[in-house]
Design a binder for this molecule. Structure first.
Ligand code: SF4
Ligand code: SF4
Length: 125
């Protein structure tokens, strides 16, 4: 994949508040081919492709996890391991926060944040 690396996450907000803080978070690693096998298995449909302006150097971009929606269920990681390229790592929420400088809260989103999130996380397709 050359110098393209997509273990990155969308740059939405520096902080997110969930109804329940997950124990784990899914992070896409460099193995992802963008095959989409995982997408339909996600129970909250938080896997999609990044918009074209967010990637370069590949025709089919890897998928991204919309981390502010991911509930850490691990299904995508198992699907990718079984059907594709083992391209999703499940990491602890503490490690995720530390690595990406994000705080994942526990509670209901206030309306202004909910609006910001829904804008940033426009449904795919
Ligand atoms: S199944 Fe794996 S390789 Fe295919 S898009 Fe999902 S994360 Fe990428
Ligand atoms: S861990 Fe579960 S909720 Fe998170 S992206 Fe994977 S399938 Fe979706």
């Amino acid at each position: 994949m050359g110098d393209f690396i997509y273990e990155k996450i969308p740059q939405f907000t520096a902080e997110t508040i969930k109804k329940k803080r997950p124990r784990l978070m899914a992070v896409v690693n460099d193995n992802c081919t963008g095959c989409e096998a995982c997408i339909e298995f996600c129970p909250v449909l938080c896997i999609d492709h990044p918009p074209p302006e967010q990637y370069t150097g590949v025709v089919i971009p890897p998928v991204r996890i919309r981390w502010h929606e991911c509930i850490g269920c691990q299904i995508c990681a198992r699907v990718c391991e079984g059907l594709a390229w083992n391209a999703i790592d499940m990491i602890s929420i503490d490690e995720f926060e530390q690595k990406f400088g994000i705080k994942v809260g526990d509670g209901l989103s206030p309306p202004e944040e909910a609006e910001e999130h829904s804008e940033a996380a426009a449904p795919r397709g």
